[in-house]
Ligand binder design. Structure first.
Ligand code: 5GP
Length: 363
């Protein structure tokens, strides 16, 4: 350190004689707000353009597409999902449990989808080794997603630096964090896109297990502001339960919104199909749930700060129907605030704090 202290001594100084702090500024979730409509000249939602073009800060790579991303969970970030979403210009973060052989098979059949997928990895040598091999073998892949339980560790920052050095022109996604200062640190370490969200996920139990987290709307507002100040980008990851939440994520400044649960339960999703009383369900689970751990023996125990849940969601057929519904919802949000392009949505968004957002009288 600057004062000739060891790391341990510096940490000691930081914490000596300190009291716990309390931030009394309210922090909000998607459910706590609505978007206020605004006067507009738009005639129809069909006029709204949901594609965006970004040039990323560190890789200097330019990408055009619809910035909705399938999560790198083995029930969601499948090759089948990538084919369905990629054909509509959406992105899929492929989960990290496919083998190199699986990637070869996929790439040989669907080379056109490669530009819209990310290869995912934690910080283990096994993960990074496989990701590197995949990136070298298939240069059409532009994104690499470095995903750890706790994006706040120095070890993770070092990993981001190493990946940036090894892959100077790939788009590096890194997370997860929920505060501006760590967003900045990861961008300065070489990440292009910061993944935001600790604990909002539908099958996540981190908040229950650890007491750690941050309401997602406020996290996105803070991190997006920090990232944009450095020409970086953010993904709002987790906590969306309906198309309106996806729109709120974009309204709060997210460049991309990542979905797990909303994309579960489809033909293209992973997980077992279950039949109960003549009704079909699909299994969905967190990447650190015991289901995931049993499946990927030994490999994923530290993926997230705590366990995730296993649930069953009603089977919903092809994901294209759900995607249409989500995109239709966001287009409609844009028309309500007079944004002719998704790019303008956050500039035209005023959130209002509400105590009730939905009338529940009929269920
Ligand atoms: P959802 O869209 O389902 O609300 O959230 C998806 C996100 O939840 C994922 O992208 C990932 O960040 C997070 N997630 C997935 N599995 C787990 C888990 O087992 N534990 C925790 N804490 N988070 C998880």
């Amino acid at each position: 350190g600057g004062r000739g202290l060891t790391k341990e001594q510096e940490l000691d100084c930081e914490t000596k004689n300190k009291m716990p702090r309390l931030d009394l500024e309210p922090k909000l979730d998607y459910k706590d707000v609505l978007i206020r409509p605004k006067r507009s000249t738009l005639r129809s939602r069909a006029q709204v353009d949901l594609t965006r073009t970004f040039t990323f800060r560190n890789s200097q790579r330019t990408w055009t597409g619809v910035p909705i991303v399938a999560a790198n969970m083995d029930t969601v970030g499948t090759f089948e999902m990538a084919v369905a979403l990629g054909s509509q210009q959406l992105v899929t973060c492929i989960h990290k449990h496919y083998t190199f052989q699986d990637w070869e098979n996929f790439a040989s059949k669907h080379s056109e989808i490669l530009p819209s997928v990310a290869v995912s990895a934690g910080t283990s040598q096994t993960d990074l080794g496989l990701a590197t091999r995949v990136l070298h073998a298939f240069p059409a892949i532009q994104f690499v997603c470095l995903d750890v339980a706790n994006g706040y560790s120095e070890h993770f920052v070092e990993a981001v630096k190493a990946v940036r050095k090894a892959h100077p022109t790939h788009v590096v996604i890194a997370g997860n964090v929920v505060t501006g200062e760590m967003t900045e640190e990861l961008i300065l370490a070489g990440a292009d896109i910061i993944k935001v969200g600790i604990g909002p996920g539908s099958v996540c139990t981190t908040r229950r297990q650890t007491g750690v987290g941050y309401p997602q709307l406020s996290a996105v507002l803070d991190c997006a502001d920090a990232a944009h100040g450095l020409n970086g980008h953010v993904i709002a990851d987790g906590g969306c339960v309906c198309p309106g939440d996806v729109a709120k994520g974009f309204g709060a400044g997210a460049d991309f919104v990542m979905l797990g649960g909303m994309l579960a339960g489809h033909d293209e999703s992973g997980g077992e199909t279950i039949e109960e009383n003549g009704k079909l369900f699909k299994q969905f689970y967190g990447m650190s749930s015991s289901t995931a751990m049993t499946k990927h023996v030994g490999g994923v125990a530290e993926y997230r700060a705590s366990e995730g849940k296993t649930v069953k969601v009603p089977f919903r057929g092809a994901v294209s129907g759900t995607v249409k519904e989500i995109m239709g919802g966001i287009r409609s949000t844009c028309t309500y605030v007079g944004a002719s392009r998704l790019k303008e949505l956050s500039k035209r968004t005023t959130f209002i704090r509400v105590t009730q957002q939905i009338n529940e009288v009929f269920g």
